[in-house]
Design a protein. Structure first.
Lengths: 140, 222
């Protein structure tokens, strides 16, 4: 595998926790890999199965969903629903012969800036070890 | 509603392994309500199939659409300009859908994406249970609204068998003995004697035992 492989990783981040934690990580001048592309969502309950599948389909090397700590969702159970959907996508990827670890669910609070950076590093390292996605990118 | 489960992805992949252009058709009827074959699920299936094919370096063209119902010729007819353009068409409706499609477009190959299971309802979000066996002669009123035909493992009509234990059926711990419920309800309401009433043998000819069934409504049929 090429040492130069720089994965493209999508992160669906809840505005009440992970997105705010990303802000905090920035304010704290914490370093985390630039491979992460953050998409803000109003709650991780907004993240549908098809969002995660489309990301993989379009060539993302990894995708993760970062929501509030369990029991602390602003909308009560959005993060719990998101976890179930992530698990569904993991199962689908396994059925297709693709590493399910390319998709993950994380929980953190808005005060956990360092944890946000840690997750970004952890996910980037994980995907670097797995290598580029086996899904051919679509033309264009 | 008719409740179904989606077939395993591998099974669907094998069905269309040699097809390069595929159409996935959802249905807005029962399978949308039980979250197995509506537009959303058609998109998920199409995306999963695309990922699988792209991974294997055999990309294919796959489109998704949804019909109001696949059990009605007027909606099936809406596909007349579409179906001929595909190597394979996958129906996400219950078992009725692929059959109506095959009858309307005999030259096209259709595949079922779901396993049709039973007539039932959602007991909670994401969990459906059987409530009707479609036996053709409803007897629910004899049993206080609880159907022993659909809900007793043996379809017993005159009381529980020896496999009833602590309210559960012997076949599995999570299967309620419907006769336990019927008897308790009758006792609570002081109508246990109802069960002593003579019931003639059920006429099973109206069920599947009488062969494929049909329903004719003279006031509607032309």
């Amino acid at each position: 595998m090429s040492q130069d492989f720089e994965p493209q990783i999508l992160a669906f981040c809840c505005k009440y926790c992970a997105y705010a934690a990303a802000d905090l990580a920035g304010s704290m001048r914490l370093n985390y890999p630039p491979n992460i592309k953050v998409i803000q969502v109003p709650c991780t309950g907004r993240v549908d199965i098809i969002f995660l599948l489309r990301a993989i389909e379009e060539g993302a090397d990894g995708v993760y969903v970062a929501g509030c700590l369990e029991g602390e969702c602003h909308f009560v159970g959005g993060n719990l629903r998101a976890r179930k959907r992530v698990n569904y996508v993991k199962k689908t990827l396994a059925e297709l012969g693709i590493e399910p670890e390319r998709v993950e669910m994380f929980n953190l609070s808005s005060a956990m800036g360092p944890r946000f950076a840690e997750i970004a590093i952890e996910m980037t390292d994980r995907i670097k070890k797995l290598g580029p996605t086996p899904v051919c990118r679509l033309a264009g | 509603m008719i409740v179904a489960d989606r077939k395993p992805l591998v099974e669907i992949q094998e069905m269309v392994a040699n097809s390069r252009k595929i159409l996935v058709i959802g249905c807005k009827g029962c399978v949308t309500v039980c979250n197995v074959g509506g537009l959303k699920e058609a998109e998920i299936l199409a995306s999963s199939l695309r990922i699988g094919r792209n991974k294997n370096g055999k990309p294919m063209e796959i489109d998704e659409t949804v019909l109001e119902r696949q059990c009605d010729p007027e909606y099936i007819a809406q596909l007349k300009d579409k179906v001929g353009n595909y190597d394979a068409v996958i129906s996400m409706a219950c078992g009725v859908g692929p059959q109506f499609l095959s009858e309307a477009y005999p030259e096209q190959k259709f595949f079922p994406a779901v396993n049709t299971k039973f007539f039932g309802g959602a007991v909670q979000h994401g969990i459906w249970e059987e409530r009707c066996a479609g036996c053709g002669t409803c007897v629910i009123h004899h049993y206080d609204g609880l159907c022993p035909i659909a809900r007793c493992s043996k379809s017993l009509q005159h009381g529980p068998c020896g496999g009833s234990s602590k309210g559960k059926c012997e076949i599995a711990n999570d299967v309620v003995c419907i006769w336990d419920l019927i008897v308790r309800k009758k006792m609570e309401q002081g109508r246990l004697d109802d069960l002593r009433l003579f019931q003639p043998a059920k006429d099973w000819r109206t069920a599947r035992d009488g062969g494929p069934r049909r329903s004719i409504r003279e006031e509607l049929a032309s």
